[in-house]
Each structure stands twice: as structure tokens, then as C-alpha cells.
Design a binder for this molecule. Structure first.
Ligand code: CA
Ligand code: CA
Length: 201
């Protein structure tokens, strides 16, 4: 049975708060404790994919260049490449110079590792050149997170028109999230450090 995923509603609220702060000015809020409003700036500075939306096509090569250039922020992440295929389950060890499109990135820390170094699992399909289909009723691959990465994912981002669903046990068992386009913090929905497998559509 799928558990309702509540994280998506946080973004409009954050935008509303940000808009209010711009109109009213920070002085109307409690001083030091109003820190969450400042978070989006930090995210933008440390996320090499900050300019990309979920429907942006992202090649494996471009992703690796962005991740490894170190041009933005001070990320010293461990980049892991997981190759999946449409319609099949399982992750094959991939390489940063392969053809294909990135479908999702799973991060060890919230805010896409922008404030803390950690692993990022780059999930890609080496056969893709146009991205995922728009419907989520088709199975466009999935896999278990490796033992070093399961129960440790804290934020997730998709690319190339794809969405991802996380599952709390291996082999897409037990509880799954609804489709995620992007979630910078899995904690509010109860999914922080809970994912053992994933599916893509
Ligand atoms: Ca984590
Ligand atoms: Ca699809």
C-alpha cells in the first residue's frame, strides 16, 4: 500500500513565506530563529543542478562534469553511477563517461548535499536519449540501493522528465512514496533514511 507523500506541499508554503518576508521585511519576524527563510540561498550555491528542473534533459557526461568540476560550492561528494534499463529491475555499475540520460539523483543529505558532503547516487539509463514517458503507469526501471546506500537517502531529484518512487524495503516491497519530482528534504514526510529500493517512470 502506498503512503501519502506530504513533502510536495512544503514548497508553495516556503515560497509564500519568502514572498511575505520580501513585502514585510525580516524585522517583522523573530530575529535569529527565522533562519529557514535563508535556506534557499544556501541550496542554490551548493547544488550543481540548481538550474535544472525535472523535465530538463541531463546527459550522464554533463552530470559528471558538473559534479566533478567543483565549480559550485565546496562539494567533495562520493559520486556513484547506477545504470538501469527500461522495464527491468536491477542496478548495473555505471561510469561517468557513458551515453544516456540521468533520470534521478539520490543524496545522502538533505538539500541535495549542498551543505554537507556525502554520496550521490546518479541513476541513469544508458539507452535513453529523449527521457521518460509522461505517464507514470509504465515501469521505466528500478533497483535496490546498494547496502552502503540503503536507509541513508535524505533528498532526491529527478531529471529528463522522469519521476521516482521510493520503497521502504528491497525489491519494491512494503511501503512506497507517491511519485516524486524533487524533494530537498525527506524528513517531513517520514522518509528520511528509509529508502531501500526505487522505481522510475
Ligand atoms: Ca541521510
Ligand atoms: Ca513514465
Amino acid at each position: 500500500m502506498r503512503r501519502k507523500f506530504a513533502g510536495a506541499s512544503a514548497r508553495p508554503v516556503a515560497a509564500l513565506i519568502a514572498a511575505l518576508v520580501m513585502c514585510v521585511g525580516p524585522s517583522a519576524f523573530a530575529p535569529a530563529s527565522a533562519v529557514p527563510v535563508q535556506v534557499p540561498t544556501a541550496i542554490a550555491s551548493g547544488d550543481p543542478f540548481a538550474d535544472l528542473a525535472g523535465d530538463s534533459l541531463l546527459t550522464v557526461k554533463e552530470a559528471s562534469e558538473r559534479l566533478e568540476s567543483g565549480g559550485i560550492g565546496t562539494m567533495a561528494n562520493t559520486n556513484v553511477y547506477c545504470a538501469i534499463l527500461d522495464g527491468s529491475f536491477g542496478c548495473k555499475t555505471g561510469y561517468n563517461n557513458e551515453d544516456g540520460l540521468v533520470v534521478a539523483a539520490a543524496y545522502e543529505n538533505r538539500w541535495f548535499n549542498s551543505q554537507n558532503d556525502g554520496f550521490v547516487v546518479i541513476i541513469f539509463n544508458p539507452k535513453y536519449s529523449v527521457g521518460c514517458t509522461s505517464t507514470t503507469s509504465d515501469f521505466e526501471g528500478g533497483a535496490n540501493f546498494g547496502s552502503a546506500y540503503q536507509d541513508r537517502v535524505s533528498s532526491i531529484k529527478t531529471f529528463s522528465g522522469c519521476d521516482i518512487s521510493l520503497w521502504s524495503r528491497r525489491d519494491l516491497q512494503f511501503e512506497g512514496t507517491s511519485w516524486i519530482d524533487s524533494e530537498d528534504d525527506l524528513s517531513p514526510s517520514g522518509w528520511n533514511n528509509q529508502a531501500q529500493s526505487f522505481e522510475i517512470s
